[in-house]
Design a protein around this ligand. Structure first.
Ligand SMILES: NC(=O)c1ccc[n+]([C@@H]2O[C@H](COP(=O)([O-])OP(=O)(O)OC[C@H]3O[C@@H](n4cnc5c(N)ncnc54)[C@H](OP(=O)(O)O)[C@@H]3O)[C@@H](O)[C@H]2O)c1
Length: 293
């Protein structure tokens, strides 16, 4: 079993991003600039946002964190997004999800200028990605593609099973791996909560990607000998013996699955770190106007 080490891989890409950011900053006189909007006090969201801001600084980006209480109105939030859309000193904008129930998430995502949509969730970016056109890609599937590239995992002609059909992970991941690109050219089967015989389907996967949100759902009985396992899940399990009171586990039972895997991502230390890289790459692309001029 080989570890797909998100830490090592993320550092490789962050070094590249930093060098490119320095060049861009020297050329145009200002750093790539990401704005992040956080609504409410969800601890997981707060931790993701802190990590995004910290990583911006590490690669030489400027970042602005805008925090609102959960009681903010949809109108007020949309008006802030509009202000950032028009601010030429800001290259990328993301609104941390989930949002409080009284705010229409889709309306918010659609209100972001698609050229600044560094999460890749705007319908223009999602549509262009589905058509195989250049676009800002959803950060998690983008990070997984970068991880597969870094470790030179052969994908062409392989059977890839993706568990999950969210617009954030499962759907774009399935689409990206079936595109005629490298990584890509997989034959993709997508599973969800209504899929029958899911274990049998997974057993035929050369590459298995789990994006379910259920702690250690995938064990060795799902896995073909030698399969590549990508664990997207981040699940908090109460553990009173730890100082923070919980531990993080993936959707894959790492210790049961790893003896059968040729490659496997750990949780933490795998896909989560690559999601940040996807976000940084999108922010740099937006700053360079690589996709939309
Ligand atoms: N590492 C990262 O950077 C990163 C980024 C994003 C998300 N995540 C994590 O990845 C996981 C998935 O996130 P998400 O946003 O895609 O979640 P989501 O929107 O809740 O989607 C979960 C998907 O899993 C499917 N599912 C649920 N139970 C299932 C079962 N028993 N059998 C088969 N499929 C089942 C659901 O099917 P239905 O559609 O039928 O309900 C749904 O499509 C979460 O743990 C999340 O925290 C990690």
């Amino acid at each position: 079993m080989n570890l797909l080490d998100g830490k090592v891989c993320a550092q490789f890409y962050k070094d590249q991003i930093k060098a490119e950011a320095e060049q861009l900053t020297a050329h145009r006189g200002r750093k790539p600039h990401l704005a992040v909007i956080l609504v409410g006090e969800n601890p997981a969201s707060q931790s993701y946002v802190r990590s995004k801001v910290r990583n911006c600084a590490l690669v030489g980006f400027e970042s602005t964190l805008i925090e609102y209480p959960a009681s903010i109105s949809e109108t007020e939030l949309l008006s802030k997004i509009q202000e950032i859309n028009l601010n030429e000193a800001i290259d990328g904008l993301l609104v941390q999800l989930p949002l409080p129930k009284h705010i229409n998430e889709f309306k918010v995502l659609e209100s972001i200028d698609h050229r600044k949509d560094v999460d890749g969730f705007h319908p223009i970016n999602a549509g262009r990605m589905n058509l195989g056109l250049p676009s800002l890609l959803p950060a998690t599937p983008y990070g997984i593609l970068l991880l597969l590239s870094y470790y030179k995992i052969e994908t062409a002609g392989k059977h890839c099973v993706v568990i999950g059909r969210s617009n954030i992970v499962g759907n774009p991941m399935s689409r990206l791996l079936s595109r005629n690109t490298n990584p890509g050219n997989c034959t993709v089967t997508q599973c969800h909560s209504k899929t029958q015989n899911i274990r049998d389907i997974c057993q035929s996967a050369d590459i298995l990607i789990a994006a379910i949100g259920k702690a250690e759902f995938v064990d060795d009985s799902f896995i073909k000998q030698g399969a590549v396992i990508i664990d997207v899940g981040i699940n908090r399990i109460d553990d009173a013996s730890l100082a923070k009171g919980y531990k993080l586990v993936g959707d894959v039972h790492f210790h049961k699955a790893s003896p059968k895997a040729s490659y496997i991502t750990p949780v933490p230390g795998g896909v989560g770190l690559m999601t940040i890289v996807g976000l940084l790459k999108n922010t740099l692309a937006a700053a360079k106007k690589e996709i939309y001029s």
